[in-house]
Each structure stands twice: as C-alpha cells, then as structure tokens.
Ligand binder design. Structure first.
Ligand code: ADP
Ligand code: DP6
Ligand code: CO
Length: 327
C-alpha cells in the first residue's frame, strides 16, 4: 500500500537574521529571527511512503540527488519515522520554483513543504506549531515558512520550545514588496550551515551580534505595529549588515558578498536620497533583497535596470499564505 501527500511552501527572507546554532543536532538557534514570506518563490513536494522502498530517495527538479547530498534528507526522514512510529521509507519528488542553495532560501521552502507533505501522507494531524518544530529539524529557516506574512522564530531552549508563529500586522504586508537582485543563482560554496557554524565558533564579533539582536527584534515589532516603514527599514538594514560583519570577524574571515552586491547597496542609497525609501538585506549569498513600499516599487526597479538586466530584477509580493496541501 502506498500513501502519499503533496504540499507547497513559500520561501521566506529574514529581516532579522538567524545566524548561529545553540544546538546543531536539534537546530536550536542562538537568537530569535523574524521574516517575511514571499509570493514568487516556493517549493512543491510530493512524498510517497511504501513498504516496497528500501531507502529514501529524493528527486529534485527531475534529477535524483546523490547519496552524499541526500544525508540531510535521510536524517530528516528518520525524525519523521520516529515521530510517526513508522518504519516506511519514502520517495520524494520536489520542484524548487527558486534557485537551489543560492542564498534565496530554498532550504526554507523545501523543508516546510516536506514537513507538510509528510504530515498529510501519514495523517499526523500536526498543529502549525508542531509543523514548525518539525520543519526546523530540516533547516532552521524552514520553521518560519509554515506561515505567511511576518513570522518570528522564537529560539526557545529545546525541541519543544523552539518554533515560529505569525505576527499580527493588520495586513501591512499588502503595502510592501521585496525586490530580488539576482547576482548569482548558482549553488554557493559555503552553505548557510557551515558559514554560521564557523562564525559562531570563531568570530570576534559574534558576541556583539548576540548582544544587539533582541533590541532589533523589539524595534521591528514596534515598527510593524506602527506601520513605520522608515524605522523598519533602518533596523533591518543594520541587522543584515551586522550579520555579514560577523563573517568578517571569523577566523579565517570570509564573505558572501561580491562587488555587485555593493553596487546594489549603492543604488538603494541613491534611491533613498532621491526621496524613495527602500532598504536592503542579504543572506548567505551575494544576492540582494530590497524591501520597499509598493507605491515606490517601480522607481527602484527602473533604477536597478540601469545596471542589471530584466532577468536579474524580480519583484515579489509578501504572501499571506502559509503551507498549502495540494491535490
Ligand atoms: P539556501 O540559501 O538555498 O537556503 P542552504 O545552503 O541553506 O541554501 O540550503 C541548500 C540545501 O537545501 C541544498 O543543498 C539541499 O540540501 C536543501 N534543499 C534545497 N531545496 C530542496 C528541496 N526541494 N528538497 C530537499 N532539499 C532541498
Ligand atoms: C542567512 O536555515 O539555511 O538566511 O538551519 O543550517 O539549514 P540551516 O540554515 P538556514 O540558514 C539561514 C540563514 C540566513 C538567515 C535567515 O534565514 O534567518
Ligand atoms: Co537555507
């Protein structure tokens, strides 16, 4: 007997970053983080369990993923089996409508979709909170992709207490959008996982990061409450740059950013000077994301198109939709 489930989850981009784990095995973070969920980028995953399967397999974008690259998936599926008291292996077919491992948060939509698909297939009836906890075990940022709009991942202290929830925003996200400037859509050399681990363990600036992140979270929540875009933008831009500076303080130091990333930051500065508020953030990759109010979106896009081509500049709404069951 085969049992299957299919789900879609959208990626999310952190406005206040998750950077460093307190527990690598359980994926408990060192700090709370806060994100927006994007309409344009998502993952669709179908999982089928059957006694006929002797091991788990992952077909990603139509290609079977190698044994070596499947290790994270095997670990995750072991957690699902433990949770559901099942011994069945799975065949997983997944399509990323987002470049994989390019700093555009494919791991977030991937593990949120997989958690939801497993929940469906195995009739686990998990709450959003428990789905967030499960998705977290695959990739920390996935804990937030269970939800639409703004979401906060509470770091917690253990598996039970580390999960995300949505943040009430009175629909403010409808007025906002995020512009992605895709400088490189190829797989990055330093994964989020190894980059944050190296930084947490060796960076001279890491304690400074930890000392200020709670203030940033509080400021962002206040800005959301007051719908204060300037305040929101100033805090998130500073938080993102501070995260990247922890990498410069690592031993040896490293950076995800490239000259074009700085070029985009300069364009953002120019747009602001011209009276169009917009603010940038970067993740574990060179691509830059710009948060803007929708009514100013076109001005920023036009400014970017003077230096980048149309395929590189992608605007996305923020979606209200969390995980969705398909079929
Ligand atoms: P990103 O910036 O894209 O999130 P990460 O380094 O955090 O990059 O994660 C990339 C990893 O996530 C991939 O190497 C792969 O292990 C996993 N991944 C991405 N998409 C999928 C998917 N659809 N199904 C399963 N695993 C995926
Ligand atoms: C910079 O969630 O991809 O995008 O938990 O090891 O899978 P793992 O890492 P991941 O890290 C995301 C880091 C970030 C910031 C963020 O999304 O909060
Ligand atoms: Co990731």
């Amino acid at each position: 007997m085969n049992i299957s489930g299919k789900a879609r989850a959208h990626t999310n981009i952190a406005l206040i970053k998750y950077w460093g784990k307190a527990n690598e095995d359980l994926i408990i973070p060192m700090n709370n983080s806060l994100s927006v969920t994007l309409d344009k980028f998502y993952t669709e995953t179908k999982v089928t369990f059957s006694p006929d399967y002797k091991k788990d397999t992952l077909i990603l974008n139509g290609q079977e993923v190698s044994e070596e690259q499947s290790k994270k998936i095997y670990r995750f599926m072991d957690i699902v089996r433990e949770r559901s008291q099942s011994s069945l292996h799975a065949h997983i077919e997944s399509v990323n409508y987002v470049p994989t491992a390019a700093g555009l948060a494919s791991s977030a939509s991937a593990y949120a979709a997989l958690a939801a698909a497993c929940n469906e297939a195995l009739d686990l009836n998990m709450s959003d909170k428990d789905l967030s906890r499960l998705a977290r075990r695959g990739s920390g940022s996935a804990s937030r992709s269970i939800f639409g709009g703004f979401a906060e991942w509470e770091k917690g202290i253990d598996d039970e207490t580390s999960y995300a929830h949505s943040i009430e925003s009175d629909g403010w996200e409808d007025d906002l959008s995020m512009i992605f400037v895709v400088i490189n859509n190829q797989s990055k050399k330093v994964s989020s996982r190894s980059g944050m681990s190296h930084t947490r363990d060796t960076s001279r600036f890491y304690q400074y990061w930890l000392d200020h992140v709670d203030e940033d979270i509080a400021s962002v929540k206040q800005a959301i409450k007051q719908k204060d875009f300037k305040h929101l933008g100033e805090v998130i831009e500073e938080n993102g740059l501070r995260m990247h500076s922890t990498n410069l303080g690592a031993q040896p130091p490293f950076s995800y950013l490239v000259p074009e990333s700085y070029e985009v930051m300069e364009i953002v500065h120019k747009c602001r000077k011209a009276g169009y508020p917009c603010y940038f953030t970067m993740d574990a990759g060179p691509n830059v994301k710009i948060l803007v109010e929708k009514n100013n979106q076109q001005y920023i896009i036009d400014a970017l198109l003077e230096s980048f081509n149309e395929e590189q500049v992608i605007a996305s709404d923020i979606t209200h939709t969390g995980i969705e069951i398909m079929e």
